[in-house]
Design a protein around this ligand. Sequence first.
Ligand code: NAD
Ligand code: TYD
Length: 392
Amino acid sequence: MGLERHLKSNSEQEKNDPRTFVFDPMDMEQAREESDAADIMNNRTILITGGAGFIGSHVVRRFVSRYPQCRIINLDALTYAGNLGNLEDLGVAANHVFVKADIRDAEAMRRIFAEHDPDGVIHLAAESHVDRSISDPMAFVETNVTGTVNLLNAAREHWKGNFGGKRFYHVSTDEVYGSLHDGGFFLETTPYDPQSPYSASKAASDHFVRAYGNTYKLPYVISNCSNNYGSHQFPEKLIPLMINNIRHNKPLPVYGKGENVRDWLWVEDHAAAIDLIFHEGADGETYNIGGHNEWKNIDLVHLLCATMDRKLGRAEGESAKLITYVTDRAGHDLRYAIDAGKIGRELGWKPSITFEQGLERTVDWYLANDAWLQGVTSGAYRDYYAAQYGDR
Ligand code: NAD
Ligand code: TYD
């Protein structure tokens, strides 16, 4: 059976309301579909790129444990952001194969396709941090653009036009749509308007995936997701950086006035959406994924301070004293906000937990995994931090 789409029959009213979700995660239909998905995955080989990174490790963990009859090839170059410790809890799983390789290496991509013969690709490997893209844009062109085209070529050449049951799933970001002001949401039809080298490189990679679909009929699906948070996120991104700094009583660097707005989604809900789209998304479609959860940076940092005060037994207001306003990021996008109505209506996805629940779990995870944080913040992280925040 191919990876075809199963539309759910929602009422017209629900379909017309982009903010309505009609999925009950506990319902029988989901149980049936989960077992369908497990059947579809029998004896399949799925290549997941970037599986040692933040989101990729959650996707690998989910696929390896949910689909034991499916072989997961986890391809990752193990850059500063990739860490096999992110998958430590999986132990040795018979259906998980790790391959250290760089997607910038076209020949290596061809060899890996020939050796492992994947039926599907879930492509997450990328340079992912906006601040790094400002100081080193070429690294983003090489990995995000050239690397993606190398994978597209390897898939096209290997599948040789026999596309039945094949799928190239490209994981992208809402940042390709640019910056919103006070009103409105990003829809799948919103014109691309990337504003940072990172988002420009992701936009270019999205365009290449669609171009390969149009030109070579390569079966693809794309999703564009809002900001993720959760366990195993490298502490260059806002939430783990703030948790780490609060923990160590270091200044909390808030860019500009802290008025920029982001829409936060728990990473495991993103992994669940990727699973659903991989199995049930329609070929050639794009799905926006978001948390319906907008926060001004400064409000979020205050919430984190209050949560940490409580968890660490500090006096109320103690951690907030560490807040330090620093020079703004160049070209800082003001607001991102996703309308995730399409994936809700068509595939029945919605976030499974509230932001408050997700943040509690996240803070608890970082506090319980100090060794992980220490491991990733030693060495090169210190040089990065000094270069990024030293003179700010
Ligand atoms: P991450 O930086 O935590 O992980 C990236 C992974 O890719 C790392 O394991 C790294 O080793 C690997 N990698 C980097 N360059 C590589 C190369 N040349 N060859 C092979 N592997 C390489 O990133 P993340 O936050 O987990 O993001 C994963 C994907 O999701 C990215 O494509 C990103 O654009 C997208 N995304 C991220 C977010 C977010 O909030 N983090 C939101 C929406 C979309
Ligand atoms: P980040 O986690 O880098 O994600 P993105 O830029 O892709 O949205 O940043 C989230 C927001 O937090 C963004 O508006 C920039 C801001 N920010 C700070 O104010 N201070 C920091 O130290 C960092 C890393 C981010």
